[in-house]
Each structure stands twice: as structure tokens, then as C-alpha cells.
Design a protein around this ligand. Structure first.
Ligand code: ATP
Ligand code: MG
Ligand code: FE
Length: 333
């Protein structure tokens, strides 16, 4: 099965050709980060305009690189939410157009399900499995019972973890998106500030990062006022230490009641080196017989390959959409 897939939910325009849900023939990603950096975040109107400019080029490049023709395709898939409505609509319109012009079935896919299924490119998934979804807009523990069958066990009550990285990074003077650089600094610093680990004593699977973010910002502002110079690497390491303690605590709490053979970590923050090391060592310490699956770095952020992976599952179920598909900006599982 060959699926042409589209992703345009935020600030990446991406088009991919995916074979059987697990082989990437092409995965073109046009990022707009430079255009948004001077605003310190994604500006929706700017994002939409970029998608309009990029999408036809991305389609052409994806088809060329995959060396396939439209006759070879079996379906067209597109992210319909969650995300920015204007951005989503560009991908949706393009996908509808290709589907209509070439008489191909259309599949509407959930961006978050796509992030989770980016693990399909690493290994064969065995059900049920657990997914820790950590991205710019979401922080969730998701129990995946069967192909495409998701149950959210825990969610964030306020900020998403990626969002927290971006906000504290800004205070450290790091460009948007700050996650990667905070992660690098954390790797060379020490956890000396002892920031709060919210809700880790509570017997539930929910997350909270706004208190940690406030504690971090207050610490930096207070030091500014008294003209004290704080060590940036130690600040980053202290922030990351708290984040990892929270993520680890809730993930293993979930695994106690829902034991699985595979733990998938997905979304932009799955690129975090500290998180990768910490989860691996926790599994070893706890002597758990469970595989830890991280997508390759290029597939942690937004991309259309992951949409081709979840779309394959929908294709197998004949879960097709019609040309009335609309964007759903606040879609969840
Ligand atoms: P969502 O998927 O929830 O709709 P999104 O698509 O904007 O949101 P992603 O593209 O999946 O989010 O992830 C982007 C986020 O990942 C940013 O907040 C970025 O700072 C963060 N990030 C990227 N690399 C790292 C890293 N190494 N450590 C921590 N965070 C990181
Ligand atoms: Mg992005
Ligand atoms: Fe995303």
C-alpha cells in the first residue's frame, strides 16, 4: 500500500510517501522556524502563508524523491487536528485536491495519533502498548489497546512540557523553540536549585508544569533584581531534573496498573537526550522486561511520515473520509 500523506498543523509543511505504514519512500519537511523566531513563537497568520507557498513544492519533491506516480498511490492522508485552523486547512485543501483529481480515497488523521505511530518506523508495535506523548502542545499518557484504539490515562492540567521548555528557555535568552538548547545546557549543568516536582505524591496520572515554570522564572527574576549571576547550565539542569522526575514518576505509575511489552515515547520532546537516558536507566533499575521505543530524532518533531503510519491503520479498517472534511483545531483522542 502506498499512501501520500500531508502534515501542516503548525509550523512545518510536510509531505511524505509511505509504503505499508512503515517504510519511508520520501518525507519532505519545510520548516518555518526562522520566520517565527523574532516573535518568540508561532504566529498563525505567518504560518498559514508559508504553508500556501510551500505545499505544492513539497508535494512535487515527495513524489519525485519516492519515484512514484499518482497511479501508484492507494490513498491520500492528511492531519485534520489538533493544530492551528488556518495551517490545517492548507494541508486539508491540498490533500482533498489530490484525492479528487486522482480518484483516491481520502483519510483524515489525528496529529497526536501520528506522533505515537512514528514508532512504527522503529519496530513492529505489539498491543497493548503504552505511549508517553510529550510535545509542544500536549503531555499525555496514552494506553493503545489495539491498532488505532487509544485511551488517555493522564493529561496535563496546565502547560505542555514542550511549552514549558520554550517558556523557560526564553527567560534564559534562548531562541524559540528552546527545547534542544535547554537539553544541551542541562547535560553540562547540575541540579542545584531543587525546583518543585508537582503532583508526584498524588495517586493519579496527571501532570502539571506551570508551577515549575513559575518557580524557574521567579528564581531568575529575583537574581536579576539583586544583580546576581546564576549559572545557566545549572538552571537548565535543575529544570530538566524536575521535568524528568515528573515524567518518570507518572509513566511508571501508569505501567503498574497497565503493564505492557513496549513503552513508546513520542512528540517533539522525545528528542530530549536526558529523557532518553533516564527512561532507559529506570527500566534497567526496575528490571522491567519492556522495550523502550524512541522514534529517530527527525521523526520526533512534526512530519508527514508519521501521518502515513497512522493512516495505514485507518486504510486497513477502511476508515475513509469524504471531501467534506474540515479542520478540528482542538481534536484529542
Ligand atoms: P503538538 O504535537 O502537541 O500539537 P507541536 O506539534 O507544536 O505540538 P512538536 O513539534 O511535536 O509540537 O514538538 C515541538 C516541541 O518540542 C517544542 O516545544 C520544542 O521546544 C520541543 N523540543 C524539541 N527538542 C527538544 C529537546 N531536545 N528537549 C526538550 N524539548 C524539545
Ligand atoms: Mg513544530
Ligand atoms: Fe506535533
Amino acid at each position: 500500500t502506498l499512501i501520500l500523506s500531508f502534515e501542516s498543523s503548525c509550523d512545518e509543511t510536510s509531505v511524505a510517501v509511505i509504503k505499508n505504514g512503515n517504510k519511508i519512500l520520501s518525507n519532505i519537511i519545510a520548516t518555518q522556524i526562522k520566520s517565527h523566531q523574532r516573535f518568540g513563537g508561532v504566529v498563525p497568520e505567518v504560518a498559514s502563508r508559508h504553508h500556501v507557498e510551500e505545499i505544492t513544492k513539497c508535494i512535487q519533491m515527495a513524489m519525485d524523491e519516492a519515484e512514484v506516480s499518482y497511479d501508484d498511490l492507494d490513498a491520500v492522508a492528511v492531519t485534520y487536528g489538533p493544530g492551528l485552523v488556518g495551517s490545517l486547512l492548507i494541508g486539508i485543501m491540498a490533500a482533498k485536491t489530490v484525492a479528487f483529481a486522482h480518484n483516491l480515497p481520502l483519510i483524515k488523521s489525528n496529529h497526536l495519533a501520528g506522533h505515537i505511530y512514528s514508532a512504527s518506523f522503529v519496530t513492529e508495535l505489539k498491543y497493548p502498548f503504552m505511549a508517553l506523548l510529550v510535545s509542544g502542545g500536549h503531555t499525555e499518557l496514552v494506553y493503545v489497546k489495539a491498532p488505532g484504539d487509544f485511551e488517555t490515562l493522564g493529561d496535563t492540567r496546565d502547560d505542555a512540557v514542550g511549552e514549558a521548555y520554550d517558556k523557560i528557555g526564553r527567560v534564559l535568552g534562548i531562541n524559540y523553540p528552546a527545547g534542544k538548547e535547554v537539553d544541551r545546557l542541562a547535560g553540562i549543568g547540575k541540579d542545584t536549585f531543587n525546583f518543585p516536582r508537582a503532583m508526584v505524591q498524588e495517586d493519579n496520572l496527571d501532570f502539571s508544569f506551570s508551577g515549575l515554570k513559575s518557580a524557574f522564572i521567579n528564581t531568575v527574576h529575583h537574581a536579576d533584581q539583586v544583580h546576581e549571576e546564576l549559572n545557566k547550565a545549572d538552571l537548565a539542569a535543575s529544570f530538566q531534573g524536575a521535568v524528568l522526575d515528573i515524567l518518570v514518576n507518572k509513566t511508571f505509575r501508569a505501567l503498574k496498573t497497565h503493564p505492557v511489552q513496549q513503552l513508546v515515547v513520542a512528540g517533539g520532546v522525545a528528542a530530549n537526550q536526558g529523557l532518553r537516558k533516564r527512561l532507559a536507566s529506570e527500566i534497567e533499575t526496575r528490571k522491567l522486561d519492556m522495550d523502550l521505543i524512541f522514534p529517530p530524532l527527525r521523526l520526533c518533531g512534526d512530519n508527514a511520515a508519521m501521518i502515513g503510519a497512522i493512516a495505514q491503520i485507518q486504510y486497513d479498517k477502511k476508515d475513509f473520509a469524504d471531501l467534506t472534511v474540515n479542520a478540528d483545531p482542538s481534536l484529542d483522542f
